[in-house]
Design a protein around this ligand. Structure first.
Ligand code: ZN
Length: 129
């Protein structure tokens, strides 16, 4: 398992981690298998989506905001919106590994999703044959 350190600079932010994940796959020496990317946090997530037009991550963040229900949360920390979005978006993704690389589509990138930053975060990458 490889740990990637991610530094967010805003409360909500999408941070591309594709290159770091591909490096972890390369360094694992696994030619064919699965790459599991996991976020061990309760107010963050990981998603795969278009990393070509910078408007896409901006639009996604704006759309995520509309999912937060207008209810009275009980959690005293005041960040239940972030806990909620973390459960909706999910804390892991799995990508097939072919020829020693995570087999992403042409336009796909792997994004760490900060939902309650700014913070220093960790992402766990496990590559298995
Ligand atoms: Zn909390």
């Amino acid at each position: 398992m490889t740990e990637i350190e991610v530094h967010s600079h805003a409360r909500r932010q999408l941070i591309v981690i594709t290159a770091e994940v591909q490096r972890a796959v390369r360094e694992s020496g696994v030619d064919r298998g699965l790459c599991h990317v996991y976020v061990p946090h309760t107010t963050a997530a990981v998603v795969i989506n278009e990393n070509a037009d910078p408007d896409v991550p901006r639009d996604l963040l704006a759309a995520y905001e509309t999912l937060v229900p207008n209810i009275s949360f009980a959690h005293a920390e005041g960040n239940s919106d972030a806990h909620f979005l973390s459960t909706v978006l999910g804390c892991s993704v799995t990508v097939p590994v072919e020829a020693g690389r995570a087999r992403l589509g042409t336009w796909q990138g792997i994004f760490f999703v900060e939902l309650d930053g700014p913070r220093t975060r960790r992402v766990c990458v496990t590559v298995a044959p």
